[in-house]
Design a protein around this ligand. Structure first.
Ligand code: APR
Length: 247
């Protein structure tokens, strides 16, 4: 049990409203590669070729093939960090999670109040008529998948160059403005507007705590504290400290 985890546990118990912002790092221990760590997804796939809406429109089959190959998204299970955040929510100690991830692992862990800032990969949207279907209701035998109207289906994840879903944007900024503690877990905080959310929380007077093995742009500038360790190690320590305080 680290002294820092104990301090964060005390901060969570003392807070009026705690909000978490999560990134790919919280799913690293579930076997899903992050984007910018060494050997990460953007080392293997050029985001200009696979992650922009222009790239998708240019060659949807190529982008769909990359996603089809990305089997980790289908097989990954929640790790102790996802499970611990769901427990905090059930204990009334975590108001919501704003996640940049599209892996659905927070929901699979039991979290209910999850704001999907970059959309999700569970659904597809027709680029012509706007029809939305669950991903598992369409065939990926031929790529790209087409809608009955002849339009191309796109995953419901937000590509670079696309807007953040308006409702997610509004809810996330409202949560950041009204919390007094923000846990920033597993994000390099380099992609906007998600990286602005801890700044909004800080400006609203919240304490900002990072859980990340590496320092980020937020460290020492926005965040008050960083626990430099893996989320799958730290979150269970925080839960254990909270349970010890309660007993
Ligand atoms: N626990 C906590 N943090 C971790 C762990 C771990 N086990 N492993 C890695 N990290 C940290 C890394 O140090 C890094 O700071 O997670 C962060 C991952 O950063 P990125 O790969 O940049 O992922 P993220 O911040 O979520 O990217 C934001 O960029 O490409 C877009 O849409 C994509 O949502 C994504 C956005």
């Amino acid at each position: 049990m680290s002294e820092l985890s104990r301090r964060v546990a005390q901060a969570i118990c003392a807070a009026r409203k705690t909000v978490a912002l999560t990134g790919a790092g919280i799913s690293a221990e579930s076997g899903i590669p992050t984007f910018r760590d060494p050997g990460g997804l953007w080392d293997r796939y050029d985001p200009e070729e696979y992650a922009t809406i222009e790239a998708f429109r240019r060659n949807p089959a190529k982008v769909w093939q990359m996603m089809k190959d990305f089997t980790a998204l289908k097989t990954a299970r929640p790790n102790p960090a996802h499970i611990g955040l769901a427990q905090l929510e059930h204990m009334g100690l975590l108001h919501c999670i704003i996640t940049q991830n599209v892996d659905n692992l927070h929901q699979a862990a039991g979290s209910r109040n999850v704001i999907e800032f970059h959309g999700n990969m569970r659904q597809v949207i027709c680029q012509r008529c706007g029809t939305v279907l669950p991903l598992d209701e369409i065939s990926l035998d031929t790529l790209p998948p087409y809608c009955k109207c002849g339009g191309v289906f796109k995953p419901a994840g937000v590509f670079f160059g696309e807007p953040i879903p308006p409702q997610a944007l509004t809810r996330a900024y409202e949560a950041a403005r009204t919390c007094d503690l923000m846990l920033v877990i597993g994000t390099s905080a380099v992609v906007y507007p998600a990286a602005d959310i801890p700044v909004v929380a800080k400006q609203a007077g919240a304490q900002v705590i990072e859980i990340n093995p590496e320092c980020t742009d937020l460290t020492g500038r926005i965040s008050d504290l960083i626990i430099q360790d893996k989320a799958g190690v730290v979150i269970p320590q925080i839960l254990a400290a909270i349970n010890a305080m309660a007993s």
